[in-house]
Write a new protein. Structure first.
Length: 190
């Protein structure tokens, strides 16, 4: 029987490109590690920025490293509503038609156009882990999480790469709905 699936709850955060990091923190600035994350080589950085939307701003939004080829802001739906920004539910890296926001750092400001999303729920897995569950990259599955307020999450995208580790990613809104603070989940029939 396959092992339980660890769940990672993702709070609002930003991934930055080299160009945007240079503007926000100064030329040549390097991110520093605050805490390693569940995916190999990924980390929460010490560095934080302010997100400014039409309605309000949210301070102390953590950057996740390492630096990426394209900047991307990931919010929960409640964050997007509070900021007054359009943040469609899309999978990471798919930014066409996404929202825009102003990002303020200690050294400068970046107007990010089509860079704001609510990340679609997804399962990371290595090829060996995916095979253990009979999954392949691009599959859509259902995962059950929680106890007293258990929820079955549908349309969970399976992402398989050699550099991934088994982990189900949901945002804070989804975790709160199911009363999940980490722990494990299991795949169920849809």
């Amino acid at each position: 029987m396959p092992k339980p699936i660890p769940v990672g709850v993702s709070a609002r955060h930003i991934h930055v490109s080299r160009e945007d990091l240079d503007i926000l923190f100064g030329p040549g600035y390097e991110l520093t590690v605050y805490k390693e994350l569940g995916q190999p080589g990924q980390y929460a950085a010490n560095e934080k920025v302010t997100l400014v939307g039409p309605k309000r701003q949210i301070e102390n939004v953590r950057i996740l490293g390492p630096v990426r080829s394209t900047s991307q802001v990931e919010l929960a739906i409640t964050d997007a509503m509070a900021l007054g920004v359009n943040a469609p539910i899309l999978y990471s890296g798919n930014l066409a038609g996404s929202g825009s926001i102003t990002v303020v750092g200690p050294h400068g400001t970046v107007e990010m156009k089509e860079k704001v999303i609510v990340a679609g729920r997804h399962l990371h897995a290595s090829p060996a882990e995916a095979a253990e569950y009979g999954l392949k990259d691009g599959d859509l599955i259902c995962i059950r999480c929680g106890d007293v307020r258990a929820v079955i999450f549908e349309k969970v995208l399976v992402r398989v790469r050699p550099d991934f580790a088994l982990e189900f990613h949901i945002d804070t809104d989804e975790a709160n709905a199911a009363g999940v603070r980490g722990g494990t989940c299991k795949i169920v029939r849809c």
